[in-house]
Design a protein around this ligand. Sequence first.
Ligand SMILES: [Ca+2]
Length: 131
Amino acid sequence: MSAVAASPANPVAGSLFDLTAVVNDATTGGSNIAAATYAVDGGPPVAMVAQDGAFNQPTEAVLAHVPPFATGGSHTFCVTGSDAAGNVSSPSCITRGRDLRQSRGRRCGERHAGRAAQDNRCGARAGRQFR
Ligand SMILES: [Ca+2]
């Protein structure tokens, strides 16, 4: 298991992105990879597909189209592979998402949507908190 990545590299809330990984069975006997899944923030596993269309090699590049985040902040994505012999890899994880300051500013702005003056004050206040 290696090279878990997101495309775009830093997805934001509300946009779809692709999660990719390379699942490699070299350390557990070189069997063909049979499946891969990802989980968001420790949630239920979701199936990934082989990028070349079939799980039929000891090394498979895998892909999932991850739905838009419902919430801001960072999220952890863990990819797990399993091989034809039933070996399951330990998860390989990445964390992606907006940082705290951006997340805080966005929520602040949303609350004051349509009230420009208040929105500006809100942003300044949020900025000071994180200096
Ligand atoms: Ca393949």
